[in-house]
Design a protein around this ligand. Sequence first.
Ligand SMILES: Nc1nc(=O)c2c([nH]1)NC[C@@H]1CN(c3ccc(C(=O)N[C@@H](CCC(=O)O)C(=O)O)cc3)CN21
Ligand SMILES: CC(C)C(=O)C(=O)O
Ligand SMILES: [Mg+2]
Length: 276
Amino acid sequence: MYVQNASNPDRKPVTAPGLRAMKAEGRRIVMLTAYDASFAFQLESAGVDVALVGDSLGMVVQGHASTLPVTLDHMVYHTAAVARGLHSTLLVADLPFMSDRDTAHALEAGARLVGEGGAAMVKLEGAAPHVLEAISALVARAIPVCAHLGLTPQSVHKFGGFRIQGREQEAADRVLAEARAVEAAGADLIVLEGMPTSLAQRITEAVAIPTIGIGAGPHCDGQVLVLHDLLGVTPGKRPKFSKDFLLGRDSVAAAIAAYADEVRRGVFPAPEHCFN
Ligand SMILES: Nc1nc(=O)c2c([nH]1)NC[C@@H]1CN(c3ccc(C(=O)N[C@@H](CCC(=O)O)C(=O)O)cc3)CN21
Ligand SMILES: CC(C)C(=O)C(=O)O
Ligand SMILES: [Mg+2]
């Protein structure tokens, strides 16, 4: 088994170009959220490839019903804390709701998340014209970008809830076109959230950049989960696509290691975590 830990500080840093190489070589990418330095250290020790400071912190850390109340100041604070727990893990931070309202704001947000927070990549939702422009502008200033398509939680009010996207043929074709558009705009990575397995597979085969799935089936180039779901500490019901990896295990470290192992072997997600 492929095991790395913090007592092995020699792991080569994970980088944006390195992720493309992993797709080309068929090595699955393990991504997981973190919101503080202690859990970041656990991710690092387990050999997780990518740590995401998600705006999901609005829900699992702050207790809100959506990600919309999260501010750029909150994101910078948590990103800087996570950065202190990491060594070779690639650090990605979400642009919070409305921080990408125009290109000037997106650049300001990217500059703070990278400059103050220590992120190596920023993530933004959707493929609207202003988002494509923001992606190009960030990439032109050497800030790698992760796109995020499908069930984009910042659109919860437009969707009428956290609803699976791309179920109809026309909607599916639209998401595929969005994936091609964010790749053309210069994105290095795409998170595919809450969509049918077949659509995520089509997208993964259509783009050269890696796709990371969450509720998008097993054919993506990698997987991401919210840490609290993986540890079974999410208040209320967790999404159907998530899995409690602490169940039957005796430590946080063992749970994260099991997740990484199941993603790399293609065991997670199983059919019960997928939408058809
Ligand atoms: N704890 C947690 N886990 C997440 O994965 C997550 C967050 N919070 N917060 C931000 C977004 C919101 N997400 C969510 C939240 C709920 C569902 C959900 O309940 N989905 C239904 C499917 C609905 C349908 O069929 O259209 C489900 O049964 O899982 C999905 C994504 C994903 N992200
Ligand atoms: C669920 C992931 C992809 C995310 O955007 C977040 O945690 O905010
Ligand atoms: Mg997010």
